[in-house]
Design a protein around this ligand. Structure first.
Ligand code: HEC
Ligand code: HEC
Ligand code: HEC
Ligand code: HEC
Ligand code: HEC
Length: 268
């Protein structure tokens, strides 16, 4: 076989491998599934979820139509067949289980709460507060008069928001300070770890919607954050002291150099 035909054979083999890969890869390049292709070209009810989903935190993290609704994302003809695990759209009462397959701890807290106990009787589900397709990154701004006075007064919601607001502000300030220390080469891994665990317990407070418990837990977290702040202040103080000692040392050396220079001049 000459060189030329070797190259051609090599190219053919590559092409065959690429074709084979394309055939066995269930989800096409860029995460484009048959669900998105078909729904994206519909009009009306079938098209509505596509755009909000594309802008969601779920799309950003690779959670696509079939991860929530089931079905076969690679076979257009059988995509929505129950035999391929298609679940359809959940009815209201089934939504906490639907979302709770992935958000397990939150589902437990929610079901225990006044909201979970009122499921199907006027209480909110996950999608009342987060939407179903346009789900975005959460923040404390979700607790607002606009969102929380559709079904009852804002009094109890306000207690929750106030308790959580201070914690949120402290968390942000402390993580910024730790970031600055890290940049200047200080080992902050222990402090970072405890801040991370405080942030996690803070974020798991909300769904029980129990003002008394949230206020009490926020106070505990606040105490722990004060301790972390104390450690950061101590590092700060040490830094200043070192700077001061460093400054004095530099001053002393300069003074000595000046004196030596004077002495040299005097003797020569
Ligand atoms: C070949 C086209 C096509 C494909 C492929 C397709 N769908 Fe659909 N889907 C439809 C149509 C049409 C409807 C009905 C829309 C309407 O009511 O206007 C629908 C409805 C739905 C519904 C609502 C069902 C209900 O109970 O109301 C969901 C959820 C859904 N599709 C999810 C998916 C998922 C997930 C996939 C991929 C695994 C998928 N679809 C693939 C065409 C398609
Ligand atoms: C995070 C989970 C999740 C993802 C991802 C998701 N859905 Fe849904 N979808 C839901 C829930 C929950 C409902 C039912 C509640 C509602 O109607 O708001 C629903 C309802 C629907 C419906 C019925 C809407 C109606 O008007 O009754 C269709 C159609 C649908 N989804 C299609 C899709 C398609 C297509 C995708 C991908 C582009 C997708 N979904 C991605 C959770 C999801
Ligand atoms: C009454 C409104 C409401 C309901 C109902 C609700 N949430 Fe939330 N959710 C919130 C608020 C407010 C936050 C933000 C709290 C914070 O800033 O820590 C949040 C936070 C979250 C987070 C982020 C948590 C974290 O650790 O960062 C997830 C995920 C979430 N919710 C999922 C769900 C799911 C799943 C359900 C249903 C089982 C649900 N939510 C029901 C209002 C709600
Ligand atoms: C197949 C798994 C899966 C399902 C089902 C699912 N989610 Fe998620 N969700 C994720 C992942 C992964 C993330 C991104 C990483 C994270 O923040 O945990 C996320 C993020 C979120 C966030 C943002 C959390 C933050 O950090 O700000 C909210 C809110 C949320 N999901 C709500 C829902 C709701 C409401 C439903 C039901 C309609 C749902 N999820 C169904 C996997 C899922
Ligand atoms: C779809 C209606 C609905 C929405 C929206 C809603 N709630 Fe509720 N909420 C209820 C129902 C129903 C109850 C139980 C009856 C009651 O205590 O009023 C309840 C109870 C509560 C309670 C009392 C819990 C207890 O153990 O005493 C708090 C606190 C609360 N909600 C906070 C919120 C906050 C914060 C928001 C906004 C993020 C919100 N709710 C949005 C329906 C709603």
């Amino acid at each position: 076989m000459n060189n030329h035909s070797k190259i051609i054979l090599g190219r053919l083999a590559n092409a065959a491998i690429i074709l084979l890969l394309a055939a066995v890869t269930p989800v096409m390049a860029g995460g484009e599934t048959v669900c998105i292709q078909c729904h994206g070209s519909q009009t009306g009810r079938g098209l509505v979820p596509v755009k909000p989903w594309q802008a969601s935190i779920h799309a950003e993290n690779g959670i696509s139509c079939h991860n929530c609704h089931g079905g076969d994302p690679a076979d257009s003809a059988n995509a929505m067949s129950p035999q391929r695990g298609f679940l359809g759209a959940p009815r209201e009462g089934a939504i906490p289980d639907f979302c709770g397959r992935c958000h397990i701890g939150i589902k437990t807290d929610y079901l225990r709460s006044a909201h979970g106990r009122a499921l199907g009787k006027g209480g909110p589900t996950c999608v009342t507060c987060h939407d179903s397709h346009g789900v975005t990154k959460v923040s404390i701004e979700l607790i607002s008069e606009k969102n929380c006075t559709r079904c009852h007064s804002y009094e109890r919601a306000r207690i929750i928001r106030n308790a959580m607001e201070q914690t949120e502000a402290n968390l942000v300030t402390l993580s910024r300070r730790i970031e600055q220390f890290k940049v200047s080469g200080v080992d902050t891994s222990a402090l970072e770890k405890s801040l991370f665990s405080q942030r996690n317990s803070y974020h798991s407070l909300f769904h029980e919607v129990n003002p008394t418990r949230i206020t009490a837990e926020s106070a505990k977290i606040a105490a722990e954050l004060t301790r972390i702040k104390g450690s950061l202040d101590a590092i700060d103080a040490e830094f200043h002291q070192r700077k001061l000692i460093g400054g004095i040392a530099v001053g002393a050396v300069l003074l000595l150099a000046l004196l030596l220079n004077l002495l040299r001049k005097t003797y020569s």
